[in-house]
Ligand binder design. Structure first.
Ligand SMILES: Nc1ccn([C@@H]2O[C@H](COP(=O)(O)OP(=O)(O)OP(=O)(O)O)[C@@H](O)[C@H]2O)c(=O)n1
Ligand SMILES: C[C@](O)(CO)[C@H](O)COP(=O)(O)O
Length: 231
């Protein structure tokens, strides 16, 4: 008998307080229009569609609050979203959002900049979370990986056979993530799973689609638009 997560048992955090340095442009990339909706809306709408999802908290850049509370107020209300001010680093934004979570057995963290996470991937992630305390989407590295020196001269070709590129959502039993953050002592982190790993937790990879791309540069937005138009 397959185990499942209780409806509403997963609180979802969307880090959305970044400054989009690599994207450039006049506004945060999460506000960029994608098929007529902002990038963040696609991400939030896809997670909200799952019964397992309860509270949703978006960590926003403080400078963006007026826009969230005006232009996006209806969508925020419709999707049942709580807004908190994020921090200067992604992990700080996640910490701020964790503090806002009311009652949830699990916490999922999903980049607001990943608008196209496939429903099938989310379904498999939720199923896996019923059997493991920490799970995350990731996609096997497909290209050849080179390690270079500071002069961009290849030093070695990396064995890619067991290399995966981390994606989100990354989903944890709530206390596991809270404890991992409590043990964190300031080393740089770019994802939440690495904190759980450092705390000795086993993080189980769930293969995800390359379609779950993160909007990092303007080209990624073009790719995302093409993906949506191809549906
Ligand atoms: N201090 C930060 C930094 C990032 N993020 C969020 O974390 C996700 C992944 O981060 P990234 O793609 O690196 O976004 P930016 O930090 O905005 O990008 P850049 O590094 O190019 O500035 C994004 O949804 C971003 O808004 C956040 O909430 N708080
Ligand atoms: C969390 C993440 O999307 C997993 O790949 C990635 O680590 C975010 O990194 P970034 O430096 O904030 O883009």
């Amino acid at each position: 008998m397959q185990a499942f997560l209780e409806p509403g048992s997963v609180a979802v955090i969307f880090p959305a307080a970044g400054t989009s340095r690599r994207f450039g442009g006049p506004q945060s990339k999460i506000f960029a229009s994608l098929a007529g909706h902002p990038v963040w809306w696609h991400a939030a709408q896809r997670l909200r569609a799952f019964a397992e999802v309860g509270q949703i908290v978006i960590a926003i850049h403080p400078d963006d609050r007026p826009r969230w509370e005006s232009e996006f107020s209806e969508a925020v209300s419709t999707l049942g979203i709580d807004l908190v001010d994020g921090g200067s680093e992604r992990y700080e934004s996640v910490l701020q959002a964790i503090a806002r979570i009311d009652c949830a057995s699990y916490i999922a963290v999903h980049d607001a900049a990943r608008p196209l996470v496939p429903n099938a991937d989310l379904q498999r992630l939720f199923v896996a979370a019923a059997s493991h305390d920490a799970v995350m989407l990731a996609t096997p590295v497909r290209g050849t990986i080179k390690r270079a020196n500071v002069e961009s001269i290849v030093q070695t070709t990396v064995d890619r056979s067991r290399l995966w590129e981390a994606q989100t959502p990354q989903l944890f039993r709530r206390q596991l993530l809270v404890d991992a953050y409590a043990r964190w002592r300031g080393w740089p982190v770019t994802d939440d799973a690495s904190l759980v790993e450092r705390a000795g937790g086993k993080v189980h990879l769930v293969e995800g689609s390359p379609l779950n791309l993160k909007i990092t540069s303007p080209d990624d937005l073009l790719l995302a638009e093409a993906i949506i138009q191809s549906r």
